[in-house]
Design a protein around this ligand. Structure first.
Ligand code: UFG
Length: 328
């Protein structure tokens, strides 16, 4: 088996951190990305093949050119709010796009795929922490597309013998500890970069989506996990697949829940700036609480989040944010 890994969406936030980790472990990450949301300057650890996952012919040619040992599949549309207002592009990119990739993999006889899934597959939970056995009842189209793809992968595994693993991550946060890459979406809708934008004086306030939830301060609870810890888990899960052991899915999160207002205060502590917020109505499609039980990944992959304390994630995110957006 060779050391080449095709990384769809490898010019994006989590994909690029995974490429850095792959290279460190002796793999050659080949990035397949159409650069509509990804960044060419995030591709530093292997070649870039520009293309759309909906283009199955191009994918087949790229797979034939490199004959990778595995595919890690990040390429997807990933804004929860946008998926509610424009579901069509989510089903197209996430579901049809993955089908196109799987067809190309079958043509090229590539048998291992790690899929970037999400805790959005769970929907609303009354559990304190969520295990993989929790029912999948997503409450937004984004989560539904991820859940459909997970089912599709299991069907392909059964029928065609491909090996698959789905990584359901909670809220990716932070940036590369060396400051080489980080979070940069356009438009930005994610909480942490928006709070840093206010701290940096780039925008004047952040809307808080709902303060009447049943959490301690009324705002939504999420489990934030460092993007470099997620990158580690991808390589560990891929190694396990390539050793012939398939597992359907793993939750990846820190196991700690933080409210939106706790994030605001933590950003103020780390940046030393005052962050102005404005309460607004709930955002459609937001589950009130999503906190991970990561015990399966800890036990079976040997994964251990190393950087996922709130302070460390925000410190790395702030370092990157200033470098990317405030440097002359
Ligand atoms: N939030 C605000 N104001 C904002 C932005 C977000 O109050 O301007 C709140 C949201 O309501 C939510 C929390 O901050 O409670 C985090 O919101 P994000 O938009 O940062 O992240 P989401 O939880 O909506 O979604 C993210 C990723 C998805 C992934 C999901 C898993 O975007 O890809 O985490 O929970 F599936």
């Amino acid at each position: 088996m060779n050391n080449i890994v095709l990384v769809t969406g490898g010019a994006g936030y989590i994909g690029s951190h995974t490429c850095k980790r792959l290279e460190k472990e002796g793999y050659l990450p080949v990035v397949y990305d159409h650069l509509s949301t990804g960044h060419a300057d995030f591709v530093k650890w292997g070649p870039l093949e520009q293309g759309d996952i909906l283009d199955s012919d191009r994918l087949t040619r790229v797979l034939a050119k490199y004959n990778p040992a595995a595919v890690i599949h990040f390429a997807a549309s990933a804004y929860v709010g946008e998926s509610v207002s424009d579901p069509s592009s989510y089903y197209r990119n996430n579901v049809t796009g993955t089908l196109s990739l799987l067809q190309a993999m079958r043509s090229a006889e590539i048998g291992n795929i790690v899929f970037s899934s999400s805790c959005a597959v769970y929907g609303i939970s009354s559990e304190n922490t969520i295990k993989e056995e929790h029912p999948l009842v997503p409450v937004n189209p984004y989560g539904r597309t991820k859940s459909i793809v997970e089912h599709m992968l299991r069907d392909f595994a059964y029928a065609y013998g491909i090996r698959t693993v789905s990584l359901r991550y909670f809220n990716a946060a932070g940036a590369d500890p060396d400051g080489e890459i980080g979070e940069h979406h356009d438009p930005e809708t994610h909480l942490i970069p928006l709070l840093l934008d206010v701290a940096a004086g780039r925008v004047d306030h952040v809307d808080i989506y709902g303060n009447d939830y049943s959490s301690e301060d009324g705002t939504c609870v999420r489990d934030y996990v460092h993007v470099s810890d997620l990158a580690d888990a991808h390589v560990m899960a891929m190694d396990k697949l390539m050793s012939g052991i398939s597992s359907p899915c793993y939750n990846l999160g820190s196991g700690q829940g933080h409210t939106v207002l706790q994030l605001v205060r933590a950003v103020e502590r780390v940046t030393g700036a005052k962050v102005t917020v404005r309460p607004t109505p709930r955002r459609v499609g937001d589950p009130p609480r999503l906190v991970c039980d990561p015990s399966r990944a800890l036990a079976e992959l040997g994964w251990k989040p190393k950087h996922s304390s709130l302070e460390e994630m925000l410190k790395h995110a702030w370092l990157w944010h200033r470098k990317r957006f405030l440097s002359p």
